[in-house]
Design a protein around this ligand. Structure first.
Ligand SMILES: NC(=O)c1ccc[n+]([C@@H]2O[C@H](COP(=O)([O-])OP(=O)(O)OC[C@H]3O[C@@H](n4cnc5c(N)ncnc54)[C@H](OP(=O)(O)O)[C@@H]3O)[C@@H](O)[C@H]2O)c1
Length: 325
């Protein structure tokens, strides 16, 4: 698979990474550990070198899966993980105090079966801890060799600048897809100016853009807390998927591939991290890296999306409050 450089930092990853959260965390069911490990190893064999996890996924168990799966390939892959939730749970709150960051990193290193984390993100900006202190703590960890690169997630342009002035930020991981285009306003220009890479999370709109979610989700599904995934909003937002499907069909690709190829076409320093629990979908997603969208096709997608008003917030109130503004 082609590789991409995440900004000016020197960090190079496969154009498409693998978002590991859903392996045991998204739809409330997930895979058996051994099956998740097999899938991740398959991803490596197919050229994926960029894997995304967090202590909060599970909590903890996702990092354990990733650590075991990637141990034989450690030097050939980039492992990204995150700190910043109180008790490893966004529902409990945020905690980026320097002593917590250090403790989380030590625990993550053990679960990930490694002595360094390639890319360490702050999961959410903690309003109670100055970002300069967070950046300074990560800088110390980099000097100690425990961390290679520093990242932020869902940080505002102002916070990105402040953090970057203390310790260069290599990547921002925030939601970005045809289902959520807010980063185009201020974030992407800021990243471009500062030479920071962008890792869009939920690049398939948490599955919605592929067309697989067309009715009420099962009760165990974690996406039920998201207003966009209420039964009526799913129904209303299907107009987007229908419009994208038409364009995808004309190109003989799937709607999911269209969504990923569109992201890859936005900037050469963007590396999306779709997640899946299925081998055939992993292969389908990887194939999106060879899809070339022409300027006319990109313009058509933009016009189509701009004409559609999506309904429902992307986060429930308690999670929206944790977004840095
Ligand atoms: N920083 C943050 O705060 C944050 C927040 C959310 C996510 N993330 C990261 O981003 C990663 C990806 O985000 P996400 O899991 O929320 O959403 P996503 O990658 O946009 O979508 C995942 C969903 O799409 C389905 N899917 C994947 N490929 C498909 C295909 N080709 N056809 C049909 N369905 C397909 C998966 O179902 P199956 O498993 O059934 O295939 C799953 O339900 C996560 O794993 C996590 O690492 C980070």
């Amino acid at each position: 698979m082609q590789r991409r450089k995440l900004g000016n930092s020197g960090l190079e990853v496969s154009a498409l990474g693998f978002g590991c959260m859903g392996l045991n965390f998204l739809d409330g069911k997930g895979l058996e550990k051994k099956d998740a490990i097999t899938l991740l190893r398959n991803a490596v064999e197919q050229g994926v070198t960029f894997f995304d996890t967090a202590e909060a996924y599970g909590p903890y168990t996702n990092e354990e899966i990733v650590g075991e799966a990637l141990q034989p390939y450690r030097k050939d892959v980039v492992i990204a993980t995150k700190f910043g939730c109180k008790d490893a749970s966004p529902a409990v709150g945020l905690d980026s105090r320097p002593e917590t960051i250090r403790a989380v990193v030590e625990a993550s290193l053990k679960r990930l079966r490694t002595d360094y984390i390639d890319l360490l993100y702050q999961h959410r900006v903690d309003p109670n801890v100055p970002i300069e202190d967070v950046a300074g703590t990560v800088q110390e960890l980099i000097k100690e060799g425990k961390v290679k690169y520093f990242g932020l997630s869902e940080a505002s342009a102002k916070t990105i600048r402040k953090a970057h002035s203390v310790q260069p930020v290599s990547a921002l991981q925030s939601e970005y897809s045809l289902f959520w285009r807010e980063p185009e306003n201020e974030i992407i220009p800021t990243l471009e100016e500062l030479g920071i890479g962008f890792v869009p999370f939920s690049p398939l709109g948490k599955g919605f853009l592929t067309g697989i979610i067309n009715k009420k989700l099962e009760d165990v599904d974690r996406r039920n807390i998201i207003p966009r995934f209420s039964e009526e909003n799913i129904k209303a937002n299907m107009v987007l998927v229908d419009a994208l499907s038409e364009i995808a069909e004309q190109k003989s690709i799937t709607t999911g591939q269209l969504a990923l190829a569109w992201l890859l076409a936005q900037k050469p320093w963007i590396a999306p991290i779709p997640g899946t629990t299925k081998l055939h979908r992993l292969e389908e997603n990887i194939a999106s890296t060879t899809v070339v969208l022409t300027a006319d096709e990109l313009a058509k997608i933009n016009t189509t999306v701009n004409d559609i008003e999506l309904v429902g917030d992307r986060y429930p109130e308690f999670l929206e409050k944790q977004i840095d503004r």
